[in-house]
Design a protein around this ligand. Structure first.
Ligand code: NAG
Ligand code: NAG
Ligand code: NAG
Ligand code: NAG
Ligand code: NAG
Ligand code: NAG
Ligand code: NAG
Ligand code: NAG
Ligand code: NAG
Ligand code: NAG
Ligand code: NAG
Ligand code: NAG
Length: 826
């Protein structure tokens, strides 16, 4: 009966990341674990495309990989229910019908399940088929983690909306995509081969995500062409057996730009008819479509304001169209004016959501859900929870999170996001002076609304790592877990994910846990702290540092930094009134600089650089220290990872090592750019004398010779090689050589570095191929990269030379080199 195979399957898949946390690595099996191997799988629905049938197949596949054993599947006959040591999977109703009473099963909510491994057989019974599949993944997750405890428990979702939003375009690109092109679209069409979609469906179902919006919120109406609707049906058919519904984003102007009408007024009868016709066509092909997602009147997207109609008029238009089919409309609250005037002290983009939506409370149909970004601005490293959560008491809401690391390192930096999400979900709004956590509000517990839940922007692409980085997958995993249970502990989730993704090894577990738990505080430290926002380039790629870009434009992500002060005054007494959008207790806390949590000080208050924090440090000194501290933590990630060599397959080890090495270098770019910026602006020295003082660096502008280095790069014709040389003036000894250079896309320059004519290293400007984000076409904070050559023996007076060979538009640019004695990070 038990056939033991060579355990090679699991490992092959392990190396490229395609199976994510569903790797089911072979367990080094003790007697105990074999005694837990079921003899049979009994599924209570034989329809091949039913989630219960899928549950049986997943179980068989998982057991085969974990135990290297083949377990037979039987399709629900009464006699098999009594089969000794079988696993029975089905809904409670199916179990009652085939196997008999199910009195021990507690009450289950929609999508909930009961898992019982006590007694002779294992029973996984769902409230519905989806729930059964979720329970099956839970059971497999236990086994894969070597957890053989006897359990009997039920679990129910916190909310029924557990969605992901893909920002995929029909041309195959993904807005903020860092994991390769779309798995859904290519060349304005839906792809023929949906193999990757099946694998994505498995991943989503295993963390209990129940719907995916497949196209970008900046939507293109061509998706509504009849042939595309037919193809959407193919995508829905792939997701359906996994209990995942599809939804689509709509372009509000479609009746005009695509439908041939001369109008898109949401109250116009021809427009209403047009949308209802389109909706009918879609539901004819996809009878269980989850619904629509709408971004309107936002960042240039068309919307109801064109016709002086309200956002509720717009939402209700779609709500009526999908109502007969049980569909819902997710209407984004991300509506704001991006042409604000900074010379108006009272102007504040953060006010927009409440300004636009509060007066519409109670005016939305009951199948409309307002989808609210977690913070009032835009997915920053730290924001207060959006006050809109506390301002719509008669409207269903969902929270919008972002697995996509748009402002948070674009999957090229390790940033584990569950702690950030928990900060928001746990925040207590004190509506009516009663406990009102964001989590209870969005899951509709607090105000007893009809619908609620969460949506996360996700940018999986065709890359076999899905997100472009193996470690970024912990965010997708944790998102699903939190959507189900928003009180799940970030560290517990992480540990489960590590065991499932890598290995059960204790040291490995502790190391990756520590790195991941430190990653968001580190990123916040070196990107932008005290609530000043992620000080990235908001006008370009949202990636590298550019604090100057925040101010003096209409986007309203201002810091109002000048020579003596910094921060947005969002108080009622002298500022933008934003703090007054919160219920009174919270408003009072944010109104005063003394009670505002310091990690949000500059979000709410405009203070002097010399303002003292509780620690006694000034704001500016805290900036300097935190940026040094954050970059130092990031250096440590690389060392910690390298301690795991040999414990992880080479492919993943190397993929992650390269990224962490890159992050270590780029965190220094962040640190120095931000610190130099505020140092120059304020003229206030760093007490520790680090800022602006880099004793171990040699600027490539000078004393490098033989080349006109200017503005960080060598001006010469881009098809001839350039050379930079310098004599070492440091004491003789052992150094790490760090070279900061610019790696643009549009070319792959080559560099080689020599010490006294002996080559000690060379590299290629190809981060555009190695990293997941698209770097910049300019010499800037996005493209600055550091490479390190370790343990170089240097003697005072040696000649260091770097030859650069340009390629394409990339002129082999260098920034500086540093010779670092052991332990020095300069
Ligand atoms: C089996 O699954 C199919 C497809 O999901 C469903 O239509 C059918 O009702 C299920 N059968 C039972 C007995 O639940
Ligand atoms: C095993 O899994 C059960 C159910 O998820 C959980 O309650 C228990 O804590 C786990 N045990 C260990 C040792 O992780
Ligand atoms: C939609 O896609 C078509 C075809 O590629 C393109 O011509 C059009 O400009 C796009 N419209 C929008 C609003 O992006
Ligand atoms: C949509 O409108 C077209 C053209 O008027 C019509 O032929 C078609 O039957 C309508 N489809 C649905 C589903 O209402
Ligand atoms: C828009 O509608 C409001 C309220 O209905 C009305 O007061 C206002 O005059 C309208 N504006 C325009 C430009 O039609
Ligand atoms: C912003 O407001 C100031 C002062 O009211 C005014 O002088 C300036 O022209 C405005 N700028 C823009 C771009 O509207
Ligand atoms: C995945 O992306 C990496 C760079 O991030 C690239 O080296 C690799 O070729 C890609 N693999 C696939 C299969 O797309
Ligand atoms: C009050 O607001 C004004 C702008 O209206 C600003 O110049 C001033 O610095 C603010 N005062 C304080 C104490 O923040
Ligand atoms: C901080 O709060 C104290 C007490 O309310 C107040 O005296 C002081 O002016 C505030 N400082 C700033 C910069 O707003
Ligand atoms: C962040 O910076 C603060 C202030 O310097 C420091 O206390 C903390 O340890 C740092 N955390 C990390 C993870 O770098
Ligand atoms: C030199 O650079 C320019 C752009 O800066 C580019 O258009 C040209 O193709 C490059 N020439 C060569 C030979 O690479
Ligand atoms: C118009 C309306 O439905 N108002 C209700 C909004 O919600 C509050 C609190 O749940 C109710 O008291 C109102 O009746």
């Amino acid at each position: 009966m038990r056939l033991f195979l060579l355990a090679s399957l699991g490992f092959a898949a392990a190396k490229n990341g395609l199976d994510g946390w569903l790797r089911y690595a072979p367990l080094p099996c003790s007697h105990q674990c074999h005694s837990k191997l079921p003899s049979n799988i009994v599924t209570l629905n034989q329809t091949t495309r039913s989630p219960v049938y899928v549950a049986g197949s997943e179980l068989q596949k998982g057991l085969k990989e974990i135990y290297a054993s083949h377990v037979q599947i039987h399709h629900g006959q009464h006699g098999q229910c009594k089969d000794f040591s079988a696993v029975i999977v089905g809904t409670v109703a199916q179990y009652r019908k085939t196997c008999g009473p199910a009195d021990e099963v507690p009450h289950l909510d929609e999508d909930g399940f009961w898992l019982n491994t006590k007694g002779s057989h294992v029973r996984i019974l769902g409230q519905n088929e989806k729930g059964t599949l979720y329970g099956t993944y839970e059971y497999l997750s236990m086994l894969a983690q070597g957890n053989f405890s006897d359990v009997a428990y039920s679990t129910n979702p916190s909310a029924l909306i557990r969605w992901v939003n893909q920002w995929d375009n029909m041309d195959g690109s993904i807005e903020r995509g860092y994991g390769g092109p779309s798995i859904f679209f290519r060349g304005e069409k839906i792809v023929d081969d949906l193999a990757r979609v099946i694998q994505y469906a498995r991943l989503l179902a295993s963390v209990r995500i129940n719907a995916v919006v497949v196209n970008n919120v900046n939507a293109n109406a061509t998706l509504l062409a009849p042939e595309n609707i037919q193809c959407l049906g193919r995508i829905a058919d792939v997701f359906r057996p996994y209990g995942v519904q599809i939804g689509i984003s709509l372009n509000f102007a479609s009746p005009k730009t695509f439908g041939g009408l001369n109008i898109f007024d949401p109250l116009d009868t021809t427009v209403i008819k047009w949308w209802s016709n389109i909706t009918n066509q879609i539901y004819q092909r996809v009878p269980d479509m989850a619904g629509y997602l709408i971004k309107a009147d936002s960042e240039g997207q068309p919307g109801p304001q064109t016709y002086n109609r309200t956002l509720a008029d717009a939402a209700n238009l779609f709500a009526k169209a999908v109502k007969p089919y049980g569909g819902i409309v997710m209407y984004r609250s991300f509506v704001y004016d991006h042409n604000l005037n900074q010379s108006n002290w009272k102007a504040d983009r953060a006010n927009a959501a409440v300004d636009f939506f509060k007066h519409l409370d109670g005016k939305f149909n009951d199948n409309v859900v307002v989808q609210i970004k977690y913070g009032p601005i835009d997915f920053q490293v730290r924001e207060p929870a959006s006050p809109l959560f506390a301002n719509l008491l008669n409207t269903s809401m969902a929270i919008e999170l972002q697995v996509t690391q748009e402002y948070l390192g674009q999957q090229s930096h390790l940033v584990y996001l569950a702690p950030l999400w928990r900060d928001i979900l746990d925040f207590d709004m004190r509506v009516d002076h009663k406990p009102s956590s964001v989590r209870d509000i969005v899951t509709a517990k607090r105000f007893n609304r009809k619908l609620g839940g969460s949506a996360a922007v996700v940018n999986v692409g065709t890359n076999t790592t899905w997100l472009g980085s193996h470690l970024a997958m912990s965010n997708l995993y944790a998102y699903g877990r939190l959507a189900w249970n928003p009180t799940d502990d970030p560290e517990d989730m992480l540990r489960d994910w590590i065991r499932l993704t890598f290995d059960l090894d204790r040291n490995l577990l502790d190391t990756i846990t520590r790195m991941s738990m430190d990653s968001r505080p580190a990123y916040e430290n070196y990107s932008g702290n005290l609530g000043i926002q992620t000080l990235t380039d908001i006008l370009y790629t949202h990636y590298g540092p550019n604090p100057a870009s925040q101010d003096n434009n209409g986007w309203g992500q201002w810091t109002r930094a000048d020579r003596t002060t910094i921060g947005m005054d969002r108080t009622v007494k002298n500022g933008t009134d934003f703090s007054g959008q919160y219920p009174p207790e919270v408003a009072a806390m944010y109104e005063s600089n003394e009670t505002t949590p310091e990690n949000l000080l500059l979000w709410f208050h405009h203070v002097d650089y010399t303002h003292r924090l509780h620690s006694g440090k000034t704001v500016i000194q805290h900036f300097y220290d935190a940026h040094y501290q954050g970059a130092e933590t990031a250096q440590g990630f690389l060392d910690q990872w390298e301690s795991l060599q040999g414990k992880i397959d080479h492919e993943r080890y190397e993929h992650i090592r390269q990224r962490l090495e890159y992050q270590a270098g780029h965190s220094i770019v962040w640190r120095d750019t931000i610190n130099n910026f505020y140092h120059n602006l304020s003229g206030i020295a760093d007490k520790a004398k680090r800022v602006g003082n880099h004793p171990w660096r040699i600027d490539t502008g000078w004393p490098f010779r033989d080349c006109f280095w200017l503005c960080g790069y060598c001006h010469r014709s881009n098809d001839t090689a350039g050379t930079a040389t310098t004599k070492l003036h440091f004491p003789s000894g052992m150094y790490d050589l760090a070279v900061n250079y610019y790696d643009l896309y549009g070319g792959q320059s080559r560099w080689a570095v020599y010490l006294n004519d002996r080559q000690i290293g060379r590299w290629l400007g190809n981060t555009e191929d190695i990293l997941s984000h698209t770097p910049s076409i300019y010499l800037d904070g996005h493209s600055t990269t550091r490479i390190k050559f370790r343990r170089i023996k240097g003697t005072k007076g040696d000649t260091l030379r770097i030859d650069g060979t340009p390629d394409g538009v990339e002129p082999a640019p260098l920034d500086y080199v540093a010779l670092l004695p052991h332990g020095v990070v300069d």
